[in-house]
Design a protein around this ligand. Structure first.
Ligand SMILES: [Zn+2]
Length: 474
């Protein structure tokens, strides 16, 4: 039975809208466009180009981030976050899921709703609630005891307190801080009573919260929050943040991405629901039971990957403060940095370390400057060298025409940049190339010299003097 709650995540929305960053790709699907020969060839070319650039960077003395990973050994941490565990969620599937987790010794956080609203979660009007029943609590307790499950609080009722508008649903955002703190404390107390152990992780329904939620969470004794990127943070918050970075279908790609990074302690948080399973939801599901088990088997086989719960992250002391959130999602890399220079990418599926991001940004800045300079120099040298093959008079005409064309292109591009506030590396690349070409044409035109005016007097002046009546010398 599909979950009546349905926590709309960014990943779900991307699937629904068909505008996915990576597309609605099933991790094991053979039709993955990246697996086609052309896709592989392109990927290899890009990787080759990137390695060549990084090699150039290292030769120029640009600091490498390698030591970061080498110091203590690279480890990729994966947090599986299963949302909407409650009295109305599909028990058969969840029991099967826990068995699979146990089979592969994979840890997973179950985000628990202590008293799910009985009716429509998108309707803010008062309605009955259904507390977490003893059976569901016992199932989760057993999995926690077995070492494969952790728990988080997933709201109190998972009912929106806002008008029913897509994208606006929230149980917390907009409520006064005191009311939020009370809800959070009640929810935590009920989940802890049901499970018989402390729970200090919070997952907001619809991943939605506001700044008041952050202080209310501290008041209510929570330690870690898992929502999504592009959510509010307070720089002074004592909370730890582990935002969801991908869905199940993107997990393999995220691990591959993490392996390409120099970060010693990268984090991937995978958000999933029962409706991601195709047998439970034909519309939204993109993984079958067997594909999900295959994915977990693959995950368990990755030697450099460990799975942890949200509580584990806090217990192990992984640095997940507000500074890491800001470095990943707020301090965006400059739009003028060229791709393939290792510049941190917004929207990446890996939650990176702040110091690795700073180093990557610095290296990308220097490499980008080098490449812009190289592009301008090449654009200068090509017309300059080519025009020298022409005769001086022809060179001057061609150089004048090429100079006019490149100057016009330069003016048009500049006008576009002034008009478009989203100016980035593409526009800057065009600008420096046109500027180099214009300078190359101008220099070549200057070397051609001033045009020679072949006036009769000049011709006469060039001839030996001749006096009338004198015999021509023989
Ligand atoms: Zn939810």
């Amino acid at each position: 039975m599909p979950s009546p709650v349905g926590c709309w995540s960014a990943f779900t929305r991307r699937r629904s809208c068909g505008s996915a960053r990576r597309g609605p790709v099933v991790a094991v699907a053979p039709s993955d466009p990246d697996d086609r020969p052309s896709g592989r060839a392109l990927r290899r070319c890009l990787a080759l180009a990137r390695h060549a650039l990084l090699l150039a960077g290292s030769m120029l003395g640009i600091p490498d981030q390698g030591p970061l990973a080498a110091e203590s050994g690279r480890r990729i941490t994966v947090v599986l976050r299963y949302d909407d565990y409650c009295s109305q969620s599909p028990t058969d599937f969840e029991t099967w899921l826990m068995q699979v987790l146990d089979r592969y010794q994979i840890r997973c956080t179950f985000a628990v709703i202590p008293r799910i609203c009985a009716g429509n979660a998108y309707d803010p009007r008062p309605q009955d609630v259904v507390p977490l029943d003893a059976t569901k609590a016992a199932i989760l307790r057993r999995a926690m005891k077995g070492g494969v499950a952790g728990a988080a609080v997933h709201g109190l009722t998972h009912q929106t307190t806002r008008p029913d508008q897509p994208g606006q649903w929230s149980e917390f955002a907009g409520l006064p801080e005191a009311e939020q703190a009370q809800r959070l404390a009640t929810a935590r107390r009920e989940v802890e009573q049901a499970l018989g152990q402390p729970v200090t992780a919070f997952v907001p329904p619809w991943n939605s919260y506001d700044a008041n939620t952050l202080t209310a969470l501290e008041t209510a004794g929570y330690t870690i929050l898992s929502a999504e990127p592009d959510r509010p943070i307070l720089p002074t918050s004592s909370l730890q943040f582990a935002p969801a970075t991908c869905d199940l279908a993107g997990l393999r790609q995220a691990v591959a991405q993490a392996r390409r990074l120099p970060d010693a302690r990268s984090l991937i948080t995978v958000l999933f629901h029962s409706y991601d399973v195709s047998e439970l939801d034909r519309d939204q599901g993109n993984l079958s039971h067997s594909a999900l088990e295959e994915l977990f088997a693959w995950l368990a086989g990755q030697k450099d990957v460990v799975t942890r719960t949200l509580d584990d992250l806090v217990a192990e002391g992984m640095p997940l403060g507000a500074d890491r959130f800001a470095a990943n999602y707020i301090e965006r890399p400059g739009p003028l940095l060229l791709p393939f220079t290792g510049a941190p990418r917004p929207g990446a599926a890996v939650y990176r370390e702040p110091q690795a991001i700073v180093l990557a940004r610095w290296r990308a800045t220097r490499l980008s400057a080098l490449l812009y300079f190289t592009a301008a120099g090449t654009a200068f040298a090509l017309p300059f060298g080519a025009l020298r093959l022409l005769t001086p008079s022809r060179r001057r005409r061609v150089a004048t025409l090429a100079l006019a064309l490149s100057a016009a292109g330069l003016a048009l591009t500049l006008a576009y940049c002034l008009y478009d506030s989203q100016t980035g590396w593409i526009q800057l690349s065009v600008l420096v190339t046109l500027l180099g070409a214009a300078l190359g044409c101008a220099a070549s035109r200057g070397l051609a010299g001033a045009p020679v005016a072949l006036s009769p007097s000049a011709v006469a002046g060039a001839m030996p003097p001749y006096h009338e009546g004198e015999p021509a010398a023989h």
